[in-house]
Design a protein. Structure first.
Length: 459
């Protein structure tokens, strides 16, 4: 979807390459092509230290020739990779680089088990930890090093963060999930509030947008340019796109859960299903069942309550956790009923939207259109984003696309946490506050001798 529109690439000068496209108006495509890396041809066509011809298409452990501020100094396969600062880096004095790249040596260590890794962090075997588990954040830092300040534990609320959609992704290639009422019914069976209370320590919030966390996407009812764009696809989208703001069901207590499950049953019935005894029957009279495929066991604690809730309305769900290799193979071959997956979004969405939600991507194994969305309105709105003439039109088209995706319930959204949870041994300095988008470790941090002397640690 990015490079298929490049029809020609030719050398047009000593230090110049010209790319020709088969379309006009795609303002992002030149930027994408401009991000292609320039590699040293002479090095890749040469031989390594053992006299073996290098092959760019093959893997290996020989550090490649680069032109950045660091070079790879050593690699221990499966354990660590170490970078050494280049003392005569050509770009060190460029304004954009001043204040960056302050460490002589940076080493990244790899662990197979997160619990083992966290214990190593607490034992001062490495310096910086980015937390991704609510329970550990709530209960795992009651240790002397945190209490006496040697380890800093911080919740960093960045001004703007990348957007995200994470949730249960139904495979629309399966007949069960092709009716939007069925997908909405599944959303009524997902009790986020109870999960947040019992296993997430209240740290998370429910996602209600495909661009959650950034100042784009739907807001209120459509108006202005966004409404104008939606009018162009009015006959192809659910009518509530124009009249209702998207809301997720709210659970968290027995009465609300019962009401939500009754609503789920009602939606199934409107779609032609019947609840007979303890079984939900599809329009042909067959019991409804499906499998949730997970990439490892981490999300089982979220999937199992969902499974239990669906059982209460007569739906048999199997939760199956497989290793990453099996998961990737099954997702690429579209051999699944439902998966748990997510997508990241930048503040300037563009061509990648066609890969996420576009009809042409639905049958491509390598695409991220996991759900198999084939929606003419979605395709038109994606093009309005890609070919927007200015930022205002782009933002309006993003809001329109977001509304249509949410109204069709192509994903049953789950949850996220917007602030960054970090912990680090307090032997570093960094600029006051943090960057607008990133914390900046280790790029704009530096070693603080006074702090390091207080808590110890190798320089």
């Amino acid at each position: 979807f990015y490079y298929q529109h490049v029809t020609k690439a030719e050398v047009t000068g000593e230090r110049e390459v010209t790319f020709t496209f088969d379309q006009t108006g795609n303002r992002e495509l030149p930027q994408i092509v401009g991000e292609l890396l320039i590699l040293p041809k002479h090095w890749w066509e040469g031989k390594d230290a053992n006299g073996k011809q290098r092959d760019i298409a093959s893997g290996g452990l020989e550090p490649p020739l680069g032109s950045g501020p660091y070079r790879v100094s050593s690699v221990t396969p499966g354990r660590s990779i170490t970078y050494q600062r280049v003392p005569d880096y050509w770009g060190a004095d460029l304004n954009v680089n001043v204040g960056q790249n302050n460490f002589d040596t940076i080493r990244y260590e790899y662990y197979r088990d997160l619990n083992v890794e966290f214990e190593a962090f607490k034992a001062d075997e490495f310096d910086y930890w980015s937390e991704n588990e609510a329970k550990r954040w709530a209960t795992g830092y009651d240790i002397p090093a945190v209490k006496d300040g040697r380890i800093k534990k911080e919740l960093v609320d960045l001004e703007q963060v990348s957007g995200v959609m994470v949730g249960w992704v139904p495979n629309l290639r399966r007949p069960l999930f092709q009716d939007a009422r069925v997908r909405r019914a599944l959303n009524y069976a997902f009790d986020f509030e109870e999960l947040n209370r019992t296993i997430f320590f209240g740290q998370y919030e429910r996602i209600n947008s495909f661009f959650y966390g950034i100042p784009i996407g739907w807001k209120g009812l459509p108006q202005g340019k966004e409404l104008e764009i939606l009018e162009s696809v009015r006959d192809k989208v659910p009518p509530e796109v124009f009249t209702e703001e998207y809301t997720n069901p709210v659970g968290g207590d027995p009465q609300k859960v019962r009401e939500n499950l009754r609503k789920a049953v009602q939606l199934f019935q409107e779609a032609g299903y019947k609840l007979e005894g303890n079984h939900m029957l599809d329009p042909s009279g067959k019991p409804v069942s499906f499998e949730i495929l997970l990439n490892g066991p981490t999300i089982e604690k979220v999937a199992l309550p969902f499974q239990k809730a669906l059982k209460r309305i007569g739906i048999d769900v199997t939760v199956r956790s497989v290793d990453s290799s099996q998961f990737i193979t099954r997702v690429r071959s579209r051999d699944f009923d439902m998966i748990y997956a997510g997508w990241g979004e930048s503040n300037s969405p563009g061509n990648e939207q066609a890969d996420y939600w576009g009809s042409a991507a639905a049958d491509k194994q390598s695409s991220q259109n996991y759900a198999g969305i084939k929606d003419p309105a979605v395709d038109e709105l994606i093009n309005r984003i890609i070919f927007a003439k200015d930022r205002d039109e782009q933002v309006a088209a993003i809001g329109a696309l977001d509304r249509v995706l949410m109204a069709n319930q192509y994903v049953i959204p789950s949850y996220t946490i917007l602030p960054e949870r970090i912990a680090y041994w307090d032997r570093f300095g960094h600029p006051d506050g943090y960057g607008k988008f990133l914390i900046g470790f280790p790029t704009i941090w530096w070693w603080d001798d006074a702090k390091a002397d207080r808590i110890g640690g190798a320089k």
